[in-house]
Design a protein around this ligand. Structure first.
Ligand code: EPU
Length: 417
């Protein structure tokens, strides 16, 4: 159990290099087994979820090492196509190994994945997409067994642009005979990143970033090197921290297009935002205004992962903000904890209304999930006195050196572990 001690009220000043993307790295780590080759992945954040993916790769018989932000994988020795429950339950992204294993071995045996508890998180769309490609999958009491199958290209129409189902379908389709078209695909930057990495491995895949992705085969290369895109949610979190605490922060190594909706709302709240292609400067006097209505949506809409953090940013903003969460059923788990700081938030179904209060006061909180935990850190930066967040590892699943990066900007934050 870790304790995060935050004394609020300090302005944030300076520059911060934002980490590589967790949600791009995880499917790319799974993709590294698609064919027997050596992979070098650069700008991979050092995170608990990345460790979990590396442990899965080693269990499968691959060599997998991380040195700083570089990961080296050699999947030539892959010798097994099953993943035990204790590795599957570590994170949600373990499910992406299903498509990758089916592509590499034609079969797979695994169980339902873990991950943040954000409500129901079924994998029906993943299974339906893989079955359309010819995978012979049985599901029994949470155990998933894909028997040896021959994959053939297909037209897969996703009823909802699920990020994970799109990733699994792309990976399996790389090994299918003939062309696959995924209609209604997720359009997130992480899907484009997966496509770009697969292309460098030799896959014929195009269309990522639009709602139609085409995959028509694989011409294997000997080795591959790819660099992870910047983490748009971590970037949005630092932008929110600067907005809430007040200050002048330059975020470097980011792609502002990827989190433009977060920047839009911070601007509406009264922050001054200047961006170029690789950096964003946020200036805030810490006196924000409510932003009216905002709704989460699949990319390019406002990201659900940034919702708890933006909520925390607006707790002291003058006026109201009304949030509608449309992606996950239970993504307001941070609310009871934020209320302990004195926040005025009411939740009714998938709507949350924040009425800004004049001040927050520090309290003892418990991190509920990754982004909820980050939201508590942001709120703690603006609260009077000390906030202590008790966390059993949620925050470090997704944020690399979060405390060190915030301290470098002037925050009074200590992580005790
Ligand atoms: N859904 C289904 N059936 C499926 C798949 C999804 O009903 O087979 C539903 C889910 O229950 C959810 C919605 O569709 O209500 C969205 O799920 P999606 O599959 O798009 O999300 P995911 O792949 O499980 C990824 C990110 C999440 C991020 C979501 C949405 C990774 C590792 N995770 O999850 O990131 O919130 O997309 O953008 O890429 C995080 O980083 O904190 C995080 C939760």
């Amino acid at each position: 159990m870790e304790l995060w001690h935050i004394r609020g009220g300090r302005r944030l000043e300076g520059s911060c290099v934002v980490q590589g993307s967790k949600n791009a790295s995880l499917p790319i780590l799974a993709a590294s087994i698609l064919c027997p080759l050596r992979c070098e992945l650069l700008n991979v954040p050092q995170l608990r979820d990345v460790d979990a993916a590396l442990r899965i790769l080693r269990h499968l018989g691959c060599r997998a090492e991380q040195h700083g932000n570089s990961v080296y994988i050699d999947s030539t020795g892959l010798s097994c196509c099953s993943i035990p429950h204790e590795l599957m339950e570590e994170m949600r992204s373990s499910v992406i190994f299903m498509g990758a294993l089916i592509a590499r071995c034609g079969e797979a045996r695994l169980s339902l994945p873990g991950g943040c508890q954000l409500g129901r998180r079924p994998i029906d769309l993943h299974l339906a997409a893989l079955r359309q490609l010819g995978a012979n999958i049985e599901e029994n009491n949470g155990e998933i067994h894909c028997r040896p199958s021959t994959l053939r290209g297909a037209e897969i129409a996703l009823p909802f642009p699920s990020v994970g189902a799109t990733e699994n379908a792309i990976l399996a389709a790389c090994a299918a005979a003939g062309e696959t078209r995924i209609l209604g695909a997720a359009r997130e930057p992480e899907i484009v990143a997966l496509q770009d990495c697969l292309r460098s491995m030799g896959a014929e895949v195009g269309g990522a970033g639009s709602d139609t992705i085409r995959i028509s085969g694989f011409r294997r290369r000997k080795s591959v090197s790819c660099r992870m895109i910047p983490d748009r949610i971590a970037a949005g979190t630092f932008a929110c921290a600067a907005a809430a605490a007040g200050g002048d922060v330059l975020l470097r190594g980011v792609d502002p297009k990827h989190f433009s909706t977060v920047l839009y709302f911070l601007n509406q709240a009264g922050c001054d935002i200047i961006s170029d292609t690789r950096s964003v400067r946020i200036r805030s006097d810490g006196r924000l205004r409510g932003v009216g209505e905002l709704e989460t949506a699949p990319y390019p809409g406002f990201p659900t992962d940034a919702q708890p953090v933006l909520m925390a940013t607006l707790l002291r903003a003058a006026g109201r903000t009304e949030i509608t969460e449309t992606i996950f059923e239970n993504r307001y788990r941070q609310v009871p904890e934020l209320r302990r700081l004195g926040a005025d938030i009411t939740v009714d179904g998938n709507k949350a209304v924040i009425c800004g209060v004049a001040s927050l006061r520090g309290a003892a909180l418990t991190a509920t999930d990754l982004r909820g935990g980050a939201a508590m850190v942001v709120a703690g930066l603006t609260a009077e006195g000390e906030t202590v967040i008790c966390d059993d590892g949620h925050i470090t699943r997704g944020y690399e050196q979060f405390d060190r990066r915030l301290r470098a900007l002037g925050a009074d934050i200590v992580r005790e572990y």
